[in-house]
Unconditional design. Structure first.
Length: 66
């Protein structure tokens, strides 16, 4: 399956030096996530509900290191 037609965007938390590490794109059923440095691999696909849960957890600091 070709995912290049998706509207990929770089994470706002990626480095400003062009060495971004994560890109996301909306899909009809949720979100696709891929490694910027390895675009040839298939992206990880997540449902809209799973993505919202993940983003909420990130914003709440659930993955912050002590």
């Amino acid at each position: 399956m070709n995912f290049e037609h998706l509207g990929w965007r770089t994470s706002t938390h990626s480095g400003e030096n062009g060495n971004s590490c994560v890109e996301v794109a909306p899909t009809p059923t949720g979100v696709a996530v891929r490694d910027t440095k390895d675009r040839g691999r298939a992206p990880h696909l997540h449902s809209a509900d799973a993505w919202r849960t993940f983003i909420t957890a990130v914003r709440n600091g659930e993955f912050d290191r002590p």
